[in-house]
Design a protein around this ligand. Structure first.
Ligand SMILES: Nc1nc2c(ncn2[C@@H]2O[C@H](COP(=O)(O)OP(=O)(O)OP(=O)(O)O)[C@@H](O)[C@H]2O)c(=O)[nH]1
Ligand SMILES: [Mg+2]
Length: 233
């Protein structure tokens, strides 16, 4: 099963890949961690690393690009090597760059994910709880999750991280939203439908990578996702 770990910069993707892979290994599964971020050295033992083929800092020099342009160029170059980044573990965790435009706009990002995906591929979309301080921030994160999931054509689980330092109460944030008035409040009411495209209505998943909590709930959700397709192998 391929799990693409997505989320905005600093949401905890790499730490999650490190700690969740250890959690899965403790359960006896064969796990491969793959670094798909050409701009970052991995903080875990990798089975495959995109930086063997392309490093963003070299692309910046060679093509005289800034960091974001170089990252997109790096992924375009690396797309030629996608088949060399495939792994066969029972769980393959792909750590991705935090620049979500790679998956929302760029053709290379989508092609890359398509090449690495199989029938049992999914995404885990990490949302940094410390940034969700009001209903607007919640909806903004949820919309990004929905758009990425739709564009990559991957079933997705929405996972709130860093709950050791910030508690998130989705129900009260949505209630707060309903109390608002005016044109923007009307717009936000309509945007609430995006939540249906995420896993939030079915199961609220809150984790801490530092404390390794919430992983049991997440693991059940991962299994349920494929159970509903009729297979968990
Ligand atoms: N308190 C707390 N900190 C966390 C948690 N997960 C990650 N962090 C911290 O958040 C920071 C960013 O974590 P990363 O794993 O590098 O985040 P990332 O999403 O891979 O970041 P980019 O690759 O730059 O997009 C680090 O300082 C982590 O230690 C968590 O669950 N709780
Ligand atoms: Mg990272």
């Amino acid at each position: 099963m391929e799990i693409f770990v997505l989320g905005c910069a600093g949401s905890g993707k790499s730490t999650f890949v490190k700690n969740f892979s250890e959690y899965l290994e403790e359960k006896g599964y064969r796990v491969d961690c793959v670094n798909l971020d050409p701009a970052s050295e991995p903080i875990y033992r990798t089975s495959k690393d995109i930086r063997e083929f392309v490093k963003t800092e070299h692309v910046m020099d060679e093509y005289r690009l800034g960091i974001n342009g170089a990252l997109i160029k790096s992924v375009e170059i690396a797309a030629n090597y996608a088949n060399k980044l495939k792994c066969s573990g029972e769980f393959v965790l792909y750590d991705t760059p935090g620049q979500l435009e790679l998956f929302i706009y760029s053709l290379a990002g989508r092609k890359f994910v398509e090449e690495l995906s199989s029938t049992f591929s999914m995404s885990i979309f990490l949302v940094d709880s410390t940034l969700i301080t009001d209903p607007e921030s919640l909806l903004s994160a949820v919309m990004q999750n929905a758009v990425v999931s739709l564009r990559l054509n991957l079933p997705s689980l929405t996972v709130f991280t860093k709950t050791d330092v910030s508690e998130i109460d989705v129900t009260s944030l949505l209630n707060e939203l309903r109390m608002k008035e005016g044109v923007l409040a009307e717009l936000m009411e309509k945007v609430v439908d995006f939540i249906e495209v995420t896993s939030i209505p079915y199961r609220l998943i809150k984790i801490s990578n530092l404390k390794k909590t919430g992983y049991d709930n997440l693991f059940s959700a991962v299994n349920e996702l494929f159970c509903s397709c009729g297979d968990i192998s």
